[in-house]
Design a protein around this ligand. Structure first.
Ligand code: G
Ligand code: G
Ligand code: MN
Ligand code: NA
Length: 249
């Protein structure tokens, strides 16, 4: 397939990069962490969004090489913000790599990053495709001190029991609920219920897709501790984050 071959080419020819999108505390609006988002600027196809190439990569061995590249790059770049956490997306196919946890631990150690500053994001739907293996990997990751977030929570085949079956640290409320908050009662009620549930379970909660002030105010009032979205930043290369990377290396 062209995209698959294109990704191998991209890996070899430096066409990939990571954008970091801020996650803020809803009270102070301090940036407390970043989500790492993979970007592909292809010489042949232009900017290809991950929503296009990740699903294709997941059907191919290239997902393993891609995941290796992302982890290596992100942990190297995250040295510039040791006091903030970094959240990395994974598809559970990437957990199939036998030394996944070991490799992540080794890279964290080599870069002097505390595992507690690294958060792994996975979707529920993806976990359900590989329940037993995913549970094993999540247990191992948490034993090493890494954090786990359930991404896009509330979409797909969601169930509150997943919060019990998969020991996670954080849930990320899908942006469709944030979008709907002002137009339908259901979305606001769901956000409110999820925030209460998270607080009751001692989980962190991040509301995604916050684009406007009124959404921010609303989410604060509903008890969301953390916010992410274009209102606070779209995501940019590390050089644009206002951090002095020259202090590194
Ligand atoms: O950035 P964008 O909204 O286009 O991302 C689309 C999807 O791609 C999101 O669901 C996001 O979780 C996923 N994604 C972004 N970066 C990575 C990555 O490095 N690895 C994996 N597996 N998925 C990613
Ligand atoms: O599935 P996941 O949550 O990992 O997807 C993250 C994607 O959501 C990123 O690719 C990013 O581009 C996109 N995103 C982040 N903030 C916003 C926002 O405020 N509005 C919209 N429409 N998309 C966003
Ligand atoms: Mn995500
Ligand atoms: Na999400």
């Amino acid at each position: 397939q062209r995209i698959e071959a294109g990704l191998f080419y991209a890996l070899a020819n430096d066409e990939l990069l990571i954008h970091y999108q801020p996650i803020v505390a809803s009270g102070s609006l301090d940036v407390i962490g970043y989500e790492a988002l993979l970007r592909w600027n292809s010489a042949d196809y232009g900017a290809v969004p991950p929503s296009v190439f990740i699903p294709i990569a997941e059907e191919s061995p290239v997902i393993i090489a891609l995941g290796d590249w992302v982890v290596e790059r992100v942990l190297r770049e995250a040295r510039a913000w040791p006091d903030k956490f970094t959240s990395i997306n994974f598809s559970p196919r990437q957990f199939k790599r036998l030394d996944f946890v070991e490799r992540l631990s080794a890279l964290a150690r080599a870069n002097g990053i505390a595992p507690g500053m690294i958060q792994i994001e996975v979707t529920e739907t993806a976990l359900l495709a590989h329940v037993r293996h995913a549970q094993k990997i999540i247990t191992e990751l948490r034993a090493q001190g890494f954090r786990i977030a359930l991404d896009d929570f509330g979409t797909g085949y969601s169930s509150i029991s997943h919060l019990k079956d998969f020991a996670v640290d954080c849930i990320k409320i899908d942006r469709s609920f944030v979008d709907g908050m002002n137009s339908d009662r259901q979305s606001a009620a769901i956000v409110n219920a999820l925030a209460q549930l998270a607080n009751g379970l001692g989980l962190e909660i991040v509301a995604e897709g916050v684009e406007r002030e009124d959404q921010m105010e609303r989410l604060r009032a509903l008890g969301c501790s953390h916010l992410q979205g274009f209102l606070f930043g779209r995501g940019s290369e590390p050089e644009q984050l206002g951090l002095d990377l020259r202090a590194q290396d």
